[in-house]
Ligand binder design. Structure first.
Ligand code: UFG
Length: 353
């Protein structure tokens, strides 16, 4: 007798072909590990503008299987069409985009062109090829300057966004809300990341920013590795417990598992989830936790506030826990240990391909 599964039941069996757009980067490579652990088949498209093919080779060592990889710019719609025909994805995780806040202020057109047009091209091909399942990497940046904390998915968005990068995330969320009603088959989930940190515990993959890191954790890790003298702490006169900025740092493996949970719970229309821990950690607390993890002091200097920074930003992850059955389980100490493991094994990041 034939057994007929409802589509949603099939999805939960973990045999989906998942296209990761921008999948060679820091977050994408960790998602590959989580997808494989659940039996899904990852396929990567990335232009390698801010990532390395070596990262894919490293993931292949972790998951012990080859990963299908395509080097392409999502704005090249014809190439993308051929890729969909060849690979037949069931769903897409869209992580592709430029993400340096300061650079986006200096080069707004490049940011709007890359982030928005890549998304439009991807959506066009998805619609043509009848692929309607999408998870989009959004950001806590859409909340701008928070009116109150913790941030929930219903908190105000758009107020106080201070840079073009943040606006591209805000605009892409709106584009996705606009296309969802055009076809009832769309199943779109917006994941608003808080501050991803840490690395896979193997130390084979991790964050490898080009040039001087913009973000705190990779900067601390490079100071610990001796690549930089000291951390500049951007302001100690905020209205927070120790005066330094407070953020919701989430271990990248928890974040990765959040994507798999979201994939397994896609529903028609658009759903939005915060992916964070719900805990705020200050700059000085993170420096001290890293110092304990690497067993050496991390020199730092207090400097002026960085323009556009908010005092504190952390979420309530309750909606994701309720609907997706997901919550972060790893601690700041775990993240510092894993980040140091990656950084000390790869002091200069990934070697040239
Ligand atoms: N900080 C320092 N020194 C540094 C770097 C950062 O003191 O060298 C401080 C910042 O002032 C802030 C905290 O460390 O208080 C975290 O800064 P990050 O740059 O690591 O992270 P942000 O919270 O500023 O930005 C992150 C992402 C953005 C996203 C934003 C949303 O990098 O992509 O969260 O809130 F838009």
């Amino acid at each position: 007798m034939d057994v007929v599964f409802a589509e949603s039941a099939l999805d939960r069996l973990g045999d989906m072909r998942i296209l990761l757009a921008g999948g060679a980067g820091y977050i994408g490579t960790h998602i590959i590990v989580s997808l494989c652990a659940q039996g899904h088949v990852p396929i990567v498209v990335d232009d390698l503008s801010n990532s390395s093919k070596v990262a894919i080779e490293r993931v292949e060592r972790i998951v012990e299987r080859p990963i299908s990889f395509h080097q392409a710019d999502l704005r090249d719609t014809d190439t993308l069409r051929r890729l969909f025909d060849q690979e037949g994805p069931d769903a897409v995780i869209h992580l592709a985009g430029l993400k340096a806040v300061g650079e986006s202020v200096a080069q707004p057109l490049r940011y709007y062109d890359t982030n928005i047009n890549a998304t439009v091209s991807l959506l066009r091909v998805m619609a043509e090829k009848q692929v309607h399942k999408l998870i989009f990497s959004s950001s806590a940046t859409v909340y701008g300057d928070p009116e109150s904390l913790p941030l929930t998915e219903d908190s105000r968005v758009g107020g106080g966004i201070s840079n073009p990068y943040g606006w591209t995330k805000f605009m892409i969320e709106q584009i996705l809300r606009d296309i969802a009603p055009t076809d009832p088959r769309w199943q779109i989930t917006l994941l608003r990341y808080f501050n991803p940190v840490g690395a896979h515990p193997s130390g084979l993959i991790g964050e490898d920013p080009a040039g001087i890191p913009n973000n705190l954790m990779p900067f601390i890790a490079q100071v610990a590795a001796g690549r930089r003298d000291h951390v500049n702490v951007f302001g100690d006169d905020y209205d927070t417990a120790d005066g330094t900025g407070v953020r919701d740092y989430i271990h990248v493996m928890d974040l990765a598992e959040g994507h798999v949970a979201a994939l397994n719970h896609l529903t028609n229309g658009v759903a939005t989830y915060n992916l964070g821990t719900g805990q705020g950690t200050s700059v000085l607390q993170l420096i001290h936790a890293f110092s304990a993890a690497c067993g050496a002091p991390i020199p730092y200097q207090i400097t002026a506030r960085r323009p556009g920074d908010v005092a504190a930003c952390y979420c309530s992850p309750a909606k994701a826990t309720r609907d997706l059955g997901w919550q972060a389980t790893r601690t700041i100490d775990d993240a510092c240990r894993d980040s140091w493991n990656w950084q000390s094994q790869n002091p200069a990041g990934y070697p040239a391909a």
